[in-house]
Write a new protein. Structure first.
Length: 255
């Protein structure tokens, strides 16, 4: 049975204490007549039905979240949750628009135990400037517009690994991120406007296949981009050099 309190801070503190002491999840809910309710339930191991476990920080704000069994993670679920630092997605599907938009403290996102999203929604991780650890599952077919916009801690000059099932990369999907190299899988068919624009540390892009469409601004304002390796013949894909005005385009690349 739920015990109703009228002080939000008190119930959050109680919930956090219960988690630490018992290892069980404490859920906060609201009743318009009675106030806040504290309900305790065990976290099912490898749950296959929707379930969320959250850990709170000392101020009662969410610090970490584990999501179990969501077919789709709903739009704007944690939008502007500025204290959220880590997320684990267990047996989850696609991430809809704005799920973690503006989560400025978010550093780590882990997909585990059969999570197989088909889509990363528009602005899903936009503005997550601390994000530096994420491995995208091979199930992903679509990365929508501005999905990782402004994630300028992402990859930290390393390489970006994209899904081998990926077909479409939306407008400004990786705008301003800090990868040094990007490999575009053979599965990719469409790269939209500014998808990889304003990546100051990007030096090399390698295509493993031949997309149908690459925007004329796909790699615009990438001041350090010096090499683009493509397996097709010159003029086979329109809009070259796709915004990479200072780069050498290596056609018929077989590396």
């Amino acid at each position: 049975m739920a015990e109703y309190l009228t002080n939000e801070a008190a119930i959050k503190a109680t919930a956090d204490a219960i988690r630490k002491k018992t290892g069980k999840s404490a859920t906060i809910s609201w009743n318009k007549d009675k106030g806040f309710a504290n309900e305790i339930s065990s976290v099912p191991s490898g749950a296959t039905k929707p379930y969320t476990e959250e850990t709170l920080d000392g101020s009662g704000s969410v610090a970490s979240a584990k999501l179990y069994g969501y077919v789709n993670v709903r739009k704007a679920l944690y939008k502007e949750a500025t204290t959220l630092k880590t997320v684990t997605l267990n047996e989850c599907g696609s991430l809809k628009d704005d799920v973690f938009n503006g989560c400025t403290a978010l550093t780590t996102v882990t997909f585990e135990n059969g999570s197989s999203p088909l889509e990363i929604g528009a602005r899903c991780f936009s503005g997550c400037r601390a994000l530096n650890s994420i491995t995208l599952p091979n199930s992903i077919k679509t990365i929508k517009e501005s999905a990782f916009y402004g994630c300028d801690g992402m990859a930290m000059f390393g390489s970006l690994e994209l899904s081998n099932s990926l077909e479409s990369i939306g407008k400004q999907a990786f705008y301003g991120t800090q990868m040094g190299t990007v490999t575009i899988p053979a599965s990719v068919k469409t790269i939209e406007d500014g998808a990889f624009s304003s990546m100051a540390f990007l030096s090399q892009v390698t295509f493993q296949g031949t997309p149908t469409t690459i925007s004329s601004t796909a790699f615009s304002n990438c001041s350090g981009l010096s090499t683009v390796n493509v397996p097709w013949a010159q003029d086979a894909v329109a809009n070259a050099p796709w915004g990479a005005t200072s780069a050498t385009i290596n056609y018929n690349y077989k590396g």
